[in-house]
Design a protein around this ligand. Structure first.
Ligand code: FAD
Length: 446
């Protein structure tokens, strides 16, 4: 596509284009390298050019040009996705959305912002008005609102509000179609959810309107336990305790926690840990709960210090756990698991006895789509080869543990495993009729 893109660049010379190989390489990547399988499969995939539109009009001119010339488009936010979502499989153009950062409005617990705004930046704008995002990935400093909607799940705050996709958080979106005459379309939820977690395959999201949470200060606690079982009993109780206000509860086995080198001075080698973010007024109750469980608060910092520091306990949680582990041990990878409500303890025991030291516990407590308190996992896996990884996935599934496979890059093999919702494909036909958006990420022939 280099020639057609060259012509488009000549047609639109004032735009912010990038064609230097070193930058093309960086902007064609995300964090798929957490998976040894994706690392191999996506190695060397490269855009022919990257453009960073500074306005909707610039974006419209680019999209129209691509539609006329048949140039594939991969939309990119912060590039922190884990499944190669933002990696262009067939070259073409990467559209970097990170200059589209406007806050359209924020009032009465609702905000609307452009898709390229970073989540931390949006939270900073909302805080003076007393509001905050309901859930953010641990990559909130870099990840964008559009990237979270199109490629993410949820994270910190999901313990209160469930995943981003729980009804009531996303209220509406504005999108641009990929056609010679691009259209602007407004969708309210639930119709808007046809573009959620679809990797930018069925429309370019311009703005997102979402419901907010009241802003609160969350103090951070590192809590140490003699064994993983007591840590689980504590974490489950804390998660289920409605009067203790919290925003995050995560559990790590002592083997997983051993990868958190900066926390080493605070814990003994055999200790499992829980990381919790708890409201100030709940601190005293938390301390008593910790004592009742025979545990100890190993380290704590208040919300303001956490906010202003480059070292927050949140950035050990969610998939930051895998990042820390990979820094110290290149043989580590991970799975994404969901336990059956009410059977979490039993399933954890079953996988521990079936897989042993190959699976290192890392749990995140969240509300499920029915509003019940449960946990999901991002267990660390000691990777040996692809066949064993597949076997471990199968083993989890045979025990009734759901696995969203993070070692695949198509919608049908990942979150949308099984049959892809026809509504997603309808949106694709409507908003990307020439099939130019992120080609290769949908397998289904339609
Ligand atoms: P990108 O990676 O840039 O894009 C993601 C997908 O969305 C791509 O397919 C892209 O094409 C598409 N897209 C982006 N913007 C648009 C748009 N405007 N219109 C159409 N399509 C678009 N995820 C979680 O859910 N929870 C976590 O806690 C979490 N923790 C993580 C920790 C680490 C260390 C890492 C590396 C990843 C983690 N992730 C997590 C994954 C990822 O960070 C999040 O999903 C994040 O929200 C992605 O945002 P982004 O802007 O980086 O998206």
């Amino acid at each position: 596509h280099a020639d057609t893109l060259g012509a488009l660049r000549a047609e639109l010379p004032d735009l912010d284009w990038t064609v230097e190989p070193i930058h093309l390489k960086r902007l064609s990547r995300d964090f798929h390298w957490f998976s040894p399988v994706l690392k191999r499969e996506l190695d060397g995939k490269l855009a022919d050019a990257v453009v960073c539109p500074r306005s909707e009009d610039e974006l419209r001119a680019i999209v129209a040009g691509c539609a006329r010339a048949g140039i594939p488009i991969t939309v990119r936010g912060g590039g922190t996705g884990n499944y190669g979502q933002a990696v262009p499989l067939n070259g073409g153009l990467v559209i970097d959305m990170t200059a589209l950062t406007g806050l359209v409005f924020a009032r009465d617990g609702v905000a609307r912002a452009q898709a390229g705004i970073k989540l931390a930046a949006l939270d900073t704008l909302l805080r003076p008005q007393g509001w905050a995002l309901r859930c953010v990935p641990s990559t909130y400093r870099i990840a964008t609102l559009g990237g979270l909607f199109c490629g993410g799940f949820g994270g910190v705050g999901s313990i209160n509000y469930g995943p981003l996709g729980a009804p009531g958080t996303i209220l509406g979106i504005k999108l641009m179609t990929v056609e010679a005459e691009p259209r602007i379309v407004e969708l309210r939820a639930p119709e808007a959810m046809r573009l959620a977690h679809t990797y930018g395959t069925n429309g370019i999201v311009l703005e997102i309107e979402l419901a907010l949470a009241p802003a609160q200060d969350w103090d951070e606690y590192l809590i140490a336990f003699d064994d993983e079982r007591s840590a689980f009993a504590f974490a489950h109780t804390l998660a289920c305790e409605p009067a203790i206000a919290k925003n995050e509860v995560a559990l790590f086995s002592h083997e997983a926690a051993a990868y958190f080198s900066k926390l080493t001075p605070h814990r003994q080698a055999h200790e499992a840990i829980v990381i919790a973010a708890v409201a100030r007024q709940s601190g005293e109750t938390l301390a008593k709960l910790v004592a009742n469980h025979g545990a100890r608060i190993a380290w704590t910092q208040d919300a303001e210090t956490a906010r202003n520091s480059q070292h927050t306990l949140i950035e050990y949680c969610w998939n930051h756990t895998t990042l820390h582990a990979l820094r110290g041990d290149k043989t580590i990878t991970y799975l994404q698991t969901a336990y059956e409500y009410g059977r979490e303890r039993e399933q954890l025991d079953a996988i521990a006895s079936a897989a042993g030291a190959e699976v290192l516990t890392h749990l995140e407590f969240i509300r499920d789509m029915q509003g019940r308190m449960t946990c999901v996992g991002l267990p660390l896996i000691r990777y040996t080869n692809d066949a064993r990884l597949t076997e471990l996935t199968r083993l989890h599934r045979s025990l009734g543990i759901k696995v969203n496979d993070p070692h695949v890059f198509t919608l049908e093999d990942g979150k949308h495993a099984g049959a892809l919702d026809p509504a997603i494909l309808d949106a694709k036909r409507e908003y990307d009729p020439n099939q130019l958006l992120n080609p290769g990420k949908i397998r289904t022939v339609y």
